[in-house]
Design a protein around this ligand. Structure first.
Ligand code: URA
Length: 209
């Protein structure tokens, strides 16, 4: 069973409250989502192995630690996942970025991929799939599966807000994928919005509503 990490750092929780506020405009919303994504990247990379190298300081030659050659990839689920990418790249500037675009077939209700482009060495990378809202879990489940189908092996899923229903779905479908979130909210409403949530993350990021 995968683990659910609730990142309750005070800075993240403070910023998340402003993100939730319906009076926060698109510019500030985008900036806050980026900032929280940066802070979450700090937690998501906590386990990365280190190795010692020699460094010459102005004072002496010394041994000091650097990350031991782990290659990372970020995979936003379009469109709202894009809002988290730059924030994570701030801490991991060498990460490659893949993209997954999905829509739900109105008849079968199955997720259909309309765009998928992954780093060529995907199987060597530790991958962070991102989408701000883990609601029903349908897109995340399918997005993660598309990444696996292309060779992705070590995957984490990072969101800002999760619904219990989405968490359960990912844990069942992808027991190897740990979930990182700033909050597990109360529930989904009849329109599959997270309650209390923040509304439609894509619309709020891009001012389309
Ligand atoms: N997607 C969103 O953007 N918001 C929700 O509450 C649920 C899914």
């Amino acid at each position: 069973m995968s683990e659910v990490h609730i990142i309750d750092h005070p800075l993240i929780q403070h910023k998340l409250t402003h993100i939730r506020n319906k009076n926060t405009g698109a510019k500030e919303f985008r900036e806050l989502v980026e900032e929280v994504s940066t802070l979450m990247a700090y937690e998501v990379t906590r386990h990365l192995p280190l190795k010692e190298i020699e460094v010459e300081t102005p004072v002496i030659k010394a041994k000091s630690k650097v990350i031991a050659g782990k290659k990372l990839g970020i995979v936003p689920i379009l469109r709202a996942g894009l809002g988290m990418v730059d924030g994570i790249l701030k801490l991991i500037p060498t990460a490659k970025v893949g993209h997954v675009g999905l829509y739900r077939d109105p008849e079968t209700l199955e997720p259909v991929e309309y765009y998928c482009k992954m780093p060529t060495d995907i199987e060597k990378r530790e991958l962070i799939v991102v989408d701000p809202m883990l609601a029903t879990g349908g897109s995340a489940e399918a997005g993660i599966q598309f990444v696996k189908d292309r060779g992705g092996k070590k995957i984490k899923f990072v969101c800002l807000i999760a619904a219990p229903e989405g968490v359960e779905r990912i844990q069942k479908a992808h027991p190897d994928v740990d979930i990182y979130t700033a909050s597990v909210d109360e529930k989904l409403n009849d329109h599959a919005y997270i309650v209390p949530g923040l509304g439609d993350a894509g619309d709020r990021l891009y001012g389309t509503k």
